[in-house]
Each structure stands twice: as C-alpha cells, then as structure tokens.
Design a protein around this ligand. Structure first.
Ligand SMILES: Cc1ncc(COP(=O)(O)O)c(C=O)c1O
Length: 395
C-alpha cells in the first residue's frame, strides 16, 4: 500500500529549523521558528504556569477524559480574556466555546463548523498569511481566496488595497483576520481600521473569522483584543480561534479554544454541538493538562497577576529588541528600518530578497525564512550584532 506513496518535503518552517539544528557553526542563529525566546535563547516556562502545575499535581485525582467541550473554567477564562466582559454580557447566551488542541485545532474546528454551515464557502485570507492557514482551511473543503494586505514597498498594511479587495466578499463568505501581531508581517490594523472592516462585514454580510494567537504580545492583553471586540460589537456572527501556546507558553500542551459568536441562543447551541461533533470525528477530546493549567492561571487571582506581569515583561522585551534592532540596522546600513519598531509581536519581514535570505543562511549561518520573515524574540544581546552584520553584508 505504501510502496508508491510519495515522500513529502518537510514543512517549510520546521524544515529550516531542522537545517539550523544540523548546522555545525557554533555562531549560528535561528530566527525561523515562532516561539518566544528569552535573553539566554531559551523558550521559558512561565512561573505562573509552573506554580499552577505544581498545585495540579498535588490535587489531581483522575486522568479521566475531559468532556468533549473541554474544561469549563478554562472556557470561561478564555471567553472573558478574548471576548471581554462587556461583549460577553451584551451577547449573553450567544457565545459558545470548545477547547481544542492548540490554536491550529481551533482553526480546524472553526473551519469544520463553517464547512457544515456553508459547504465549500470562500475564505478570504490576507496576502501574505501564515502558510498553515491554507491546509487547515482547505482540507475541510473551504475555498481559499486572498485579499491584499502587506505592502513590501511601504513595509506596512496597504489598507486601501485591503478594503478594495474585500469589497468582493459577500454574505456566505468568510474573511480570516489576524487578531493582532500579524504573522508573518508584524503589520497590524489600527482600531479605526478594524472599525472600517467591521462596518464592511455588517454591510456586506461576510462572516469574520479571527485567528488570535499572540494576545498580550503586541500592545497588551486588552489592547490586542480590540479587533475581536470591534467585530463582535458590529456583526451578529464571528468565529474566533485563540491559542495559549505563546501567551501562556503552553506550546507542547496543545491548548486553544474555538469560540463562536452567534445571532441567538439556538445558533449558539448549534455551533457548540457541531464543534463537539467535529472534534469527535477528528480527535475526540481535547488534551487536559494545558487547559486545566490555563484555567487555573486565568481564574486564580495570585496566579493571574503573576502571569500578567510575566507576559507584560515579555512584551516589553520584544518592543525593546525592536527598537535596538532598528537602531543597529540603521547604523550599519544607512537605510530606514523604522518599520521594525512600529510592528507588533514577534515577526517582521526584513525586506531581503529570497536570494539574500538564502545567502545569509549559507554564508553566515543566519536562518530566516526565504520571505525574510524573522522572529524578533530570538534576538538577544549575544547574537544581535552578528545578525546586524550579516544582514548588512548581504543587502
Ligand atoms: C498565526 C498563527 N495562528 C495560529 C497559531 C497556532 O498555534 P498553536 O496551534 O501552536 O497554538 C500560530 C502558531 O504559530 C500562528 O502563528
């Protein structure tokens, strides 16, 4: 059966990270993968998470399955974190939530429910978007379209082109938006621009789907949810896929949530039942460990404030790195890198060509994606000068 089965190439991002691991150069720098790294180049466990985990191990009495929708305190905590208490009370009874294996699981479950509601519907994704969006959405039968988003010339959002492109999105279509910290560009919408998109959704009738995987790593937990909340306030139906991988550091615990905001309580019940049925046919129940820990952190006052302080210091460190990187690149090249300091979250396109990105990898063991997307959080005092020198040498 497998004799003719083709061997697939490695995932474009994970494949480069593997290439970097195999590189013997002790000075190599990996800026490919989208995980938060601290000053010592380690992806840390949040102290609040360690503390919750310790408590959980002492208290845990069973490893029985979670119910298919997941751990209720986690769902409650995530609904108020993402949707916010104001929108939750305005849309009381209209929001359903299902715990998923990470943000990817949430996108997939969201896509499954959308496909059940509107088989073969068009999903508009930004150009560019995170490459994994495509298989997550089209493997269930949704049809991908793109809208203009990032302009390499201005190194920012081409909002006029975005609006022009989205004029073609109609009722029955889905528009995928990055809630904050756009991956791969780091270029986000302003609150005013979110309102324009929300008004278009209300007028044209398309359904927004928001992928929010970096809440708290752009401008802070509340500010990063402005887009989500603006849309919920403006249109009856919104699908949200939220991840706890980055903002709680629960990457390998696979912790996320699919949220469905509907026009009425019956529709909320329908989305919940469809999401649970989709989970049942894909993986049955969500993994428990990360959801329980996140639930504890979100709901316990002491753990919550410890977590918020840690998250905020990560966010500030990224912002500080953006400023330093900008200054050093400008000093080394004489060119304008102001865009790096303006962008949000972990990612940025450096503006190198594919050839330059490959050259910098080959000649300097500096690993970035071919698109020149880098993870700013992988920079630190020990590697930043080397990165700047390598970029200056090839561009
Ligand atoms: C844009 C975006 N969405 C969703 C995710 C989901 O991540 P996970 O499934 O690890 O929670 C990621 C992770 O890198 C991401 O970058």
């Amino acid at each position: 059966m497998f004799e003719e089965l083709p061997v697939l190439p490695p995932d474009s991002i994970l494949g480069l990270a593997a290439e970097c691991r195999a590189d013997p150069n002790p000075e190599k720098v990996d800026l490919t993968i989208g995980i938060y790294m601290d000053e010592s180049g380690n992806c840390p466990v949040f102290k609040a998470v360690s503390n919750a985990q310790r408590q959980l191990i002492e208290q845990e009495t069973t490893k029985a399955y979670l119910p298919p929708q997941g751990y209720q305190p986690f769902l409650d905590g995530m609904m108020s974190l993402v949707v916010g208490s104001e929108q939750l009370s305005a849309r009381s009874g209209q929001v359903s939530a299902v715990q998923t294996p990470g943000g990817c699981g949430a996108i997939r479950i969201g896509a499954e429910v959308l496909q059940s509601a509107a088989p073969g519907a068009r999903v508009w994704v930004s150009d560019p978007t995170w490459p994994v969006h495509l298989p997550l959405l089209n493997s269930v039968g949704l049809h991908i379209e793109t809208y203009a988003y990032y302009d390499p010339a201005t190194k920012g959002v081409n909002f006029d082109a975005m609006v022009e492109g989205l004029k073609a999105a109609v009722a029955g279509d889905i528009v995928l938006l990055h809630g904050c910290c756009h991956n791969p560009s780091g270029a986000d919408l302003t609150p005013q621009q979110w309102q324009v998109i929300a008004d278009m959704a209300a007028k044209q009738g398309f359904t927004p789907m928001i992928d929010i995987a970096y809440q708290g790593l752009g401008d802070g937990l509340e500010a990063d949810a402005v887009g989500v909340r603006t849309l919920i306030a403006s249109v009856p139906e919104v699908v949200i896929a939220a991840s706890c991988s980055k903002n709680l550091g629960l990457y390998r615990e696979r912790t996320g949530v699919a949220l469905f905001v509907s026009g009425d309580a019956r529709s909320a019940e329908a989305t919940a039942s469809q999401a649970k049925s989709a989970a049942r046919r894909v993986y049955s129940m969500p993994p428990a460990h990360g959801g329980i820990i996140a639930g504890m952190v979100l709901n316990d006052a002491a753990l919550r404030s410890e977590w918020e302080a840690e998250l905020s210091s990560m966010c500030q460190r990224i912002q500080g790195l953006r400023t330093t990187f900008r200054e050093q690149l400008e000093a080394a090249t004489g060119r304008d890198f102001a865009f790096i300091a303006k962008e949000k979250g972990m990612f940025s396109f450096l503006g190198l060509t594919r050839e330059q990105a490959q050259q910098v990898r080959k000649e300097h063991s500096l690993y970035m994606l071919d698109s020149s997307r880098i993870n700013v959080a992988s920079l630190n005092a020990g590697n930043i000068e080397r990165v700047v020198a390598a970029v200056a040498a090839v561009s």
